[in-house]
Design a protein around this ligand. Structure first.
Ligand SMILES: O=C(O)CCC(=O)C(=O)O
Length: 287
């Protein structure tokens, strides 16, 4: 059991902190669990170094925080369906160099993800995170009020079945039809109240958000374009340089992330455990 208190060093002004004084290969005691959980709630994404953990230990760590999600479309590690593999090399160019929140096409998008570096390029391949609390709080009161009334549609198709997916077109159409039965267009509030902290976070992302409900197409496009640009403001961000056995654990309810593709065509391989979340909601803050 880990009993020692962890040390927390902030990385960005609004998001990110590096955690030390913990060995994730050992079972997490209640005190260590609470400290890690608090650090995650306070900083949005937390980083650990030199954690040479096995896939089973990675899964066990994730399970401490909730049920694990098995991704319906992405590849998993053989023998460990809970571990999603993100592997890029010269024949598989990276495609997640886009700001996003994970799996928002689901009714209950992930609460968080725990990503471990397995193989890294010689240089580059950093990941950036942005605080969606900071993004929301930086908007004018009028814009904040306007957004809290809105709902957006989220969808999987243009990410997982885009032109980059080289499936046979007929098979692709059948696969989309089958997936659509399980993953219909999903409605989520544009501003999400965090279920633990009670803070408000912007909750649209350029990967999965399709359009704003009850707005004209042009209005929706212009508003989303503005918000997608706004969330990339450098002041809301932190940037993490990976080393082998580094781990990032992010709160998917109040952050977005972006994986730099500057290392390609070198190889980079990451393992991700994803924790199930709850249904997003908006509740007005008590002032
Ligand atoms: O590979 C990375 O650094 C980030 C991975 C990512 O974008 C994701 O898991 O959604």
């Amino acid at each position: 059991m880990t009993t020692q208190s962890i040390a927390v060093e902030k990385l960005g002004a609004h998001v990110g902190a590096e955690i030390s004084g913990i060995d994730l290969a050992r079972p997490l005691g209640n005190k260590a669990f609470r400290e890690v959980h608090d650090a995650l709630m306070n900083h949005g994404v937390i980083f650990f170094r030199d954690q040479d953990i096995t896939p089973a230990q990675h899964i066990e760590f994730g399970r401490k925080f909730g049920e694990l999600n098995v991704h319906p479309f992405a590849p998993s590690l053989p023998g460990h369906k809970e571990i999603l593999v993100i592997r890029n090399d010269k024949d598989h160019p990276p495609n997640i160099n886009v700001w996003h929140t994970d799996v928002t096409f689901m009714e209950r998008p992930a609460m968080g993800s725990i990503l471990k570096a397995e193989r890294l390029p010689d240089n580059g391949g950093d990941t950036m995170w942005a605080s969606m609390y900071a993004a929301f709080e930086a908007l004018s009161d009028k814009m904040q009020r306007f957004l809290t009334d809105l709902v957006a549609y989220h969808d999987f198709e243009h990410v997982f079945f885009s032109a980059r997916n080289k499936m046979d077109p007929i098979e692709k159409a059948q696969a989309v039809k089958k997936a659509r039965a399980e993953w219909p267009l999903m409605e989520h509030p544009v501003v999400r109240t965090h279920p633990v902290t009670g803070r408000q976070a912007l909750f649209v992302n350029s990967s999965f958000t399709l359009r704003i409900k009850d707005m004209k197409e042009l209005e929706s496009r212009a508003l989303l374009q503005f918000l997608y640009e706004h969330v990339t403001t450098p002041e809301f961000q932190c940037r993490f340089r990976w080393r082998e056995n580094s781990i990032a654990f992010w709160d998917n309810r109040c952050t977005q992330h972006y994986a730099l593709a500057d290392y390609w065509p070198q190889e980079r391989c990451m393992h991700r455990v994803t924790i199930e979340g709850d249904r997003p909601f908006y509740r007005a803050s008590v002032k």
